[in-house]
Design a protein around this ligand. Structure first.
Ligand code: DAH
Length: 350
């Protein structure tokens, strides 16, 4: 073999060694046997040096030994990586299939969402359909069209938060104080007959305590058709309450004032806790009744504001706070519990 041939073989061996490594095709044992072991390609090549003329042999020997060191180091690096990996695997604890599995906590709907769903179910069963409206409202939909003219004293009870933006009439936009806004939104777009409800968030500038919050929820129902009477309102509200609280509850209407209805009434439900039997009932305070809803016959001014003739159409509306319902349904006595999001409370309502 000429020295040139010998060098060519050496570089071919180095090339195939490094391509095996870069393609991750060989483990330590294979590499060692193929290149470095007693019959390995490199070992045999080094042995061939004896046939080469003495003056060239020394130089080639230096090259050959350097290559041997290089390949040995590379093969050993792979071996130690594999050893470390094996070590890690063997020291990892064995899987004990008899241990109980990991428990993933189950989520649940917030009590207010559950209450809204129950209320929505009751409305849907009565043939009402879901309507929607924005949280950031204008003065017209929140007050003016609902027959609260500017400076009307009934506006005092519904102070709210104003937004730095003007509505179409140049008035500041505001966070809606009541879901009754959706009455106007629907009647402006749709002609009667209509039967809609809307559950949603409302806002008021309130000092927070056990029964007041600056953001809370209401639901509103509206029915407009020909010849709708107070009797329809009474039947519907009674059926609605019976659906939610059971067929033994009774309802009673007390005259009340809301600008957008005439006549207006507050609706009480018989106390579901003491059934009117306890003078000391902490919920109804011994009266036997719980005040739950506002209601009434849609005011002619409201129909007119939405472009409908009050001589042709009549309707009723009723609305209530959802937190109040949820408090009764789940026996919660402080409204703040709904937005403090304490898991100890939320977990009890599933
Ligand atoms: N929007 C009223 C409030 O926030 C509640 C209400 C009263 C709604 C009477 C009605 C109604 O639809 O007829 O106090």
């Amino acid at each position: 073999m000429t020295p040139e041939e010998w060098k060519g073989k050496l570089s071919a061996i180095k090339d195939s060694f490094s391509s095996l490594i870069s393609e991750h095709k060989a483990d330590y044992e294979t590499l060692y046997q193929r290149f470095l072991g007693r019959k390995g390609e490199l070992s045999l090549l080094l042995r061939d040096l004896k046939d080469i003329a003495a003056e060239e042999r020394r130089n080639l020997g230096v090259l050959g030994n350097a290559a041997k060191q290089e390949l040995t180091a590379a093969a050993e690096k792979i071996k130690s990586a594999i050893d470390a990996h094996n070590q890690r695997c063997s020291s990892a604890p064995a899987i004990d299939i008899t241990l109980p599995g990991v428990n993933f906590p189950k989520g649940s709907l917030h009590p207010l969402t559950q209450t809204m769903d129950r209320i929505s179910g009751a409305f849907l069963r009565l043939g009402f359909s879901l309507a929607s409206g924005p949280l950031v409202e204008d003065d017209w939909h929140c007050f003016e069209a609902l027959n609260f003219p500017e400076c009307h004293p009934a506006r005092d009870m519904q102070d709210t938060f104003y937004v730095n933006a003007k509505d179409d009439r140049g008035k500041d936009k505001l966070l809606r104080t009541q879901t009754s806004t959706v009455q106007i939104r629907v009647m402006e777009k749709q002609n009667p007959p209509l039967r809609v409800f809307h559950p949603g968030r409302v806002f008021r500038n309130e000092a927070v305590d056990a029964s007041h919050a600056f953001a809370f929820h209401q639901v509103e129902g509206l029915y407009v058709d020909k010849n709708v009477t107070m009797a329809d309102l009474k039947w519907t509200v009674d059926a609605f309450m019976k659906d939610l609280f059971g067929s033994s509850v009774r309802t009673r209407f007390n005259p009340s004032y809301f600008p957008f209805v005439e006549p207006g009434a507050e609706v009480d439900m018989s106390c579901i806790f003491c059934k009117g039997q306890s003078e000391h009932c902490p919920v109804c305070k011994g009266t036997g009744w719980l005040e739950l809803l506002g209601s009434g016959m849609v005011h002619p001014n409201v129909l007119k504001a939405c472009g409908h003739d009050p001589e042709v159409w009549s309707g009723f509306a009723f609305g209530c706070g959802i937190e109040r319902f949820a408090m009764l349904l789940y026996g919660i006595n402080d409204m703040r519990m709904f937005f403090e999001n304490d898991f100890r409370i939320l977990e009890q309502v599933r």
